[in-house]
Each structure stands twice: as structure tokens, then as C-alpha cells.
Design a binder for this molecule. Sequence first.
Ligand code: NAP
Length: 334
Amino acid sequence: MTNTISREIQLVSRPKGMPTADNFTIAQTELKPLQEGQVLVRNLYISVDPYMRGRMNEGKSYVPPFKLGKALEGGAVGEVIESRAQELKPGDVVTSQYGWREYFIAAPKDLHQVNREIQPLSVYLGVLGITGMTAWVGLNLVEVKAGDVIFVSGAAGAVGNVAGQLAKLRGCHVIGSAGSGSKVKFLLEECGFDRAFDYKVGPVLEQLNRAAPDGIDVYFDNVGGETLEAALSALRVHGRIIACGGISGYNEEKPQPGPSNLFNMVTKRLTMKGLIVRDWLDRQSEFEQEVGGYFQAGKLKNKETVVVGIEGAVGAFIGLFEGKNVGKMVVKLD
Ligand code: NAP
């Protein structure tokens, strides 16, 4: 039997500022024959995530940096096509962290089997995957409850739209910011947000004050920068901040100055909690039960932007920083 040839996206140089196509290459590798206890997986969809930008830099962080000349690691959903392990058979569908490659070999303990009847299977990278879990963990982290006025930034993106939808299901009043008129329309008409605005058309604080004249109880932060500063001003006494991401600074070569109005933390007795979703994997089945239930009952929308072909992965990644996606950005491997 011939060995499987797999294409993969490798990092060849560390970006300075905004990544360019020259920082990456597409390479071909030949997989070794399967050993006892291993399976061969063909990826169907790969996940494209802003946090990968941080791993392209050198230096210590909460995850190791990507290695030059190696495939980019990251989430994917794929199908077992050959098995020498009892736990999995051909046709089973699994999620993994082996990243931007067409095929890979793994042991079942490093894979998470999912229900292949739920379609599209890319949902396991979206609302039923790490994306949805990030939104769910964030809301639990600061105990978001009925009646809270919650403001979500990056609201039309993967985590943001799910955070807003889940907050609506909890009985909150939900406000979102996003980077275009069509994204605002998506939030209001498809995701059930109560108010939404385009942060590019005017100062965030002015728009947030108009959307929430009596202030906000919770801020779900995906972007940092000016939007975090506006939220600190708009939060009420005892308000809470979910520190999930700060995409506005990911391509900056120097750390950005902090918000000028941080003293609101003191005067308003605010709480700000940071989250790394991977710390919460022991609650994955609880998440799957609750959020999977909403999804199957048709109460939760899985919005995604699908780019076809592994050749499109780098463009899809750069597109995250240009606002090209609505919902979860995924690459479908053909
Ligand atoms: P995403 O929001 O789907 O994609 C990125 C979006 O960010 C773009 O569509 C764009 O939308 C917006 N954006 C890009 N540059 C921006 C800028 N300079 N200012 C404001 N908005 C900008 O990505 P995601 O996967 O859902 O991630 C959202 C955030 O959560 C990211 O910060 C990510 O790092 C973080 N995250 C954290 C965890 C965790 O464990 N803490 C896990 C997953 C994700 P617009 O058109 O609206 O600008």
C-alpha cells in the first residue's frame, strides 16, 4: 500500500506587524505507515483563529510559539479513513489540534470523537466547538444573568455572535459592536441583539452611550483598545468585564498603552476576569449538553464564513484582521 501524501501550511518566518503570504508556505509531506493503536485522519475543516497570531511571535506565552518549518497547529474536524485502533473505525468523525494539514496520524487519546449526524460538521469548530465554549465559559465566569445589560465587542465574529445569542437566551439585554453596516444588520436581524452599532463610523463611547443610556452591567471584550476604554466608562457600579481577547493589538509591534480611564475599576468597584478556554476542558461535556441542546432545538445559530481549499487558509487568516468573516472562519478541505 502506498503512503499518504499530505499538504500542510507551514510558518517560514515570523511576521512583523500584519502577517503576509510570504510568512507561510504550503509543503508536502509523506506520512509513515500506520502503527498498531493509530488512526489516519483526513481533515474536513480547519479552524482559523486570531490567537494563532500570538503563536507566530517568538517568546514565552500561555502556549508555545509555532515552530518555523512545521505545520501550524490548531483546531480541525476530520474523518477517520483508516484505523489500527479499537476505539475508532473508518467513518468516525473527530476533532483534533493537529492543525493546518490535510491528513495526519494520531492515537485515539489525542482525538475527541463527535456525533457525525450533526451537520454541517464545521459546527464542531463553531458553536459546538472551542468557539462556542469560549462564549459559554465567558458568560459563566462573571455569572451573566437575566436582566443584565451586556455589551459584546467583535460581536459579528465567531465568539462574539455566540456570546450575544447565549446572553439573549439567559434573558439579557444585548448590545454589540462590529465593523460594518451589514454586520450590524446580521446582529439585529439574525442573532436577536437588541442594539448594535458600527464602531468604524464614530467614537465607540458616543455610540455605546446612545445604545445604553443607563450604562452596562457586563462587557465581553474581544478587541481591547478604544472599545475597552469606552466600556470602562459605560459600566455601572459593580460591573463585570470578561477579558477574552484584544484583537485590536495583535499586529502591533509594541505593547499598546492601557486604557486611560482604568481608575474606573476602583471608583465603580469593577471586576475583570481573564479567560483561557483550554483551562475549562473538564467542563466540556456540560457545555456540549447545554449548548448542543440549544443548537439542536434551533435556538442557536451557527454562522460561518467558509473558504475552500487549504491554499486559501493563509488568506482566510489575514482576513480575520480585515474583518472579512461573519461568524466562524473555517477552511473546507476539498
Ligand atoms: P473573530 O471575531 O471571528 O474574527 C476576528 C474579527 O475581529 C474580525 O472579523 C473583525 O471584525 C474583528 N477585528 C479585526 N481587527 C479588529 C480591530 N483592530 N478592532 C476591532 N475589531 C477587529 O475571532 P474569534 O475567534 O471569535 O475571536 C474573538 C476574540 O476572542 C479574539 O480576540 C480571540 O483572540 C479571542 N479568543 C479568546 C479565547 C480565550 O480562550 N481567551 C478563545 C477564542 C478566542 P469587525 O469587522 O467587527 O472588525
